[in-house]
Design a protein around this ligand. Sequence first.
Ligand code: IPE
Ligand code: IPE
Ligand code: MG
Ligand code: MG
Ligand code: MG
Length: 314
Amino acid sequence: MATPLQRRRLMPDLRRSDDRQIVDLSRKPFAQALADAAAAAQWNIDFALTGLSGPIPDAMKYATAGGKGLRAFLAIESARLHGFDASRSGRAAAAIEALHAYSLVHDDLPCMDDDDLRRGQPTVHKKWDEATAVLAGDALQALAFQLVALVGCPLEARLTLTSTLAVAAGARGMVGGQAMDIAAETAKAPLNLDEITTLQAGKTGALIRWSAMVGPRMAGKSHDPLDVYGDCLGLAFQIADDILDIEGDATEVGKAVGKDADAGKATFVTLLGLQGAKNRAAELVAEACDRLSCYGEDADTLKEAAQFVIARRK
Ligand code: IPE
Ligand code: IPE
Ligand code: MG
Ligand code: MG
Ligand code: MG
């Protein structure tokens, strides 16, 4: 075990963490932009954990590896649209992926969805134990706030990014939605469309919307068409996740499928049926793309992302 002084010396200076990047504001095809964003987020997370060893940092790295990186992509791409390259937005991408990974680690716990498989690997509480999963999730959430406080934009914009991330993560956002999701399992009456929309907008939508608003917020804007784009995308994303739970193949999806109905989960599919849910997701994607018209062709990668969200098989 390192002494406190040794620990301070081992702590990386996160403000310098993106120096390796080259300024690149050109638009990339979606698949490449997604892969690059996932890699940038992972690099920043691993850098922040430099010098740490043991089950908690190991579980944190494990939990952040192997995701699609959609939220990182939205952060970096919306920042690019506002003139910030990935060396400036990379820590926002890392922050949201760390926060998302924490939400998944806790979502998989036996007291929540009780899942054994995530991203094709054993869940954190299966590979280690429940205490490690709780603590690694807690530490990932703390890491997210460390990273977002150091995004490459003016101080006031960083404060806005930090406070809005807190709202998106908390009782008005992801945690609030997760609580509704768990409560719906044992509710006496099924949720109506408004209630399901509120639930999904919290549990999944809030983090996705925050990701899409990274660019405008870095630029000091509080309103932008990306806000509605993020809202629509978040809902479409969760509808696609619920459809994959019915139509997907566990090996391909990388997590258990066919569990939502048994658990009594409230989803758009339970209310609208499979085809109705697909239609609703397609409408949401069309609306998301419409909203980006003011950005012209520069927003084409974000439009490709919207199509990907409902076409994806994992
Ligand atoms: C899964 O999110 C959980 C939901 C919010 C539906 P993703 O499908 O983005 O998971 P990863 O990060 O790619 O594994
Ligand atoms: C989880 O939703 C969303 C969060 C982790 C906030 P789900 O429970 O539907 O996600 P999966 O299907 O386990 O990935
Ligand atoms: Mg869940
Ligand atoms: Mg789950
Ligand atoms: Mg699901």
